[in-house]
Design a protein around this ligand. Sequence first.
Ligand SMILES: [Zn+2]
Ligand SMILES: [Zn+2]
Length: 101
Amino acid sequence: MLTIDEARYLNTLPGADFDANTEPLGCDFEVHEPEVRHAACAQMQYIEPGKIVLWWLLWGEDGHRELRIEQGCRKTVVDETCLLIKGHPHGCNQDIFSTRR
Ligand SMILES: [Zn+2]
Ligand SMILES: [Zn+2]
């Protein structure tokens, strides 16, 4: 989950898409190997029309924790774009959560 400071920061970004909060974030991946870090999209930032910056919270079983900008996966599954982090484990055919717009 995000710290209060991180959530506040993400919410003050210009073009922030939704209210980030300090609720626990679930991993976006259905299943993955233990060495793969968990990832959850913490904020989407619209910087100009058609351009989105994705902020990801990454964490691992080893206690690693990181909030950083990373590309999203661009693959389209059926008629929806995969919304997982780029380079995510397994295919794009796992749970596709709908955009929070
Ligand atoms: Zn995970
Ligand atoms: Zn994908």
